[in-house]
Design a binder for this molecule. Sequence first.
Ligand code: NAP
Length: 555
Amino acid sequence: MSDGQSRPEHDGSAGVRELDALVIGAGVSGLYALHRLRGMGLTVRVYDRAGEVGGTWWWNRYPGARVDYPGGPFYCYTFSEELVRAWDWVERQPDQPSVLTYLNHVADTFDLRRDIQLHTTVQSAVFDEAAQRWSVETSDGERISAQFLIAAVGTLSAPNKPDIPGLDDFAGEVFHTGNWPQEERVELAGKRVGVIGTGSSGVQVIPHIAREAEHLTVFQRTPQFALPARNQPLDPELVRDSKENWGEVRRQIREYGRPLHMVPSTRSVHEDSEEERLAVFEDAWQQGGLALRECYRDLLTDPVANGYVSDFVRAKIRETVQDPAVAAKLMPDYYFATKRQVMDEGYFETYNRDDVTLVDLRDEPIETFTADGVRTTEGEYPLDVLVLATGYDAITGALRRINPVGRDGLQLEEKWAAGSRTYLGLSIVGFPNLFMFHGPESPSVMFHQFYGTESQGDWMATCIAHMREHGLATIEPVPEAEAAWGAEVQERANRTLYPQTDSWFTGANMPGKPREFMVYIGGSQYHQHLHELAANGYDGFVFEPARSVAPVTQA
Ligand code: NAP
């Protein structure tokens, strides 16, 4: 393709499959990349180690897994009105089986499966400078040469199995929420179950396990400001209006990262009296979902404003949990909403059950696992089953585990040893023709996920078309652009309270991971900037034509 022509998929002679683009991951982004790039005549193939399409929605099938943000009818691709009209979500926050069914429907609608290879892990990816292409090997020994390597590996797909002494000696069953058994149902009735972790996954799974198990022990390190999700059936009028005016809804998503009826307030908390403020908080609490986080504009930037809303939520937890000693253990003390906001359905009420024990690991740290359970500094907790809701090596983990090797043998592990360095969160100096979806330093998890995917995928498609038109073989950012982008991402984050909290946004959840804020705050500006960049000649990138012609610099 470097000469503007697609090569056949097999060169026949060396048993190497030739592709224009190899996509890693068959989740939301990988499906879109395949649809978009194949639609412009490229040979594209998607590889995924899962047994079905769906990415995170295939892996996370623990009891209670559902979209925990007000999703439907908007938890969907936005690019095709036909697709929007053809699908009806039933609930505001669809459950995992519904989302997986939707993604399978998308795969069928666009006939994607014929170019998706499941049960196949990409094991290595090395940039071949002479060929100006990526050489990739898979777990089944296939070798592939691709001009473009597209990482659609997911932001929360590399599970974090904590390094707790004795964990491997535990004789019971162990499950990670992000790697829940696919075929068989996990039988918990009559069992003593332990859950480590009280993030979004833990908060979703805990009430379900409590209802099923003989006894549940929750091992909590950090209490959460969980908010009531108040999931409910979708308002049919909203669905109908949205479908009829999809162009307008899509415009709102592009501009605000969500439809207008979910847009944050522009009012400061300081404009209201205490009485007015509490009424606003109460109203938002009753609405559920993200309403409380969005009810004033300064809750995430002003420590005083954040203190008001933090106190409000702590009071709600105290009201809900009957035993004051248990309630005291559940009091969060970081800045409200500076970890990824957790939504709950009966989470705090779960601690009113006689068959649920809360262990505060700050008071009694785990000493070791034994064959029979857990021993903390204060006592023994016998267990039959352990659920690790311990999260992910987020945003960078999945790609780092593949560890692509770029120019001059540069490994991604080495490149990112002191922190992720990217240009626009989608490309990396030293790694030509490698594009990332939702990479570090992109808006990723802080913008409408499907729209963000489409925007980045469209940018990749436009860029590749530009390269074909001009006979260009490679694209790579220049170091100055990468450095300036990283500085802008940190500067934007530092205007908020987010970086002050230990979270997976900052890498603080993984021992040894460099601390940095990994998300670009300001999603709509990002997407606008991306497309202006494409229109104005790809400032900050350098292109190389096929070998023997001098490079064209556009930085
Ligand atoms: P998480 O938010 O990172 O939470 C992990 C939990 O495990 C935290 O409570 C953490 O404590 C604890 N933990 C980790 N290592 C530990 C250790 N060694 N000892 C004791 N506790 C430990 O992970 P998650 O709950 O899987 O959620 C990750 C993200 O996935 C969410 O933030 C969200 O973006 C996404 N998600 C989405 C949905 C949805 O939409 N339906 C559902 C689930 C998850 P610390 O807080 O002290 O680190």
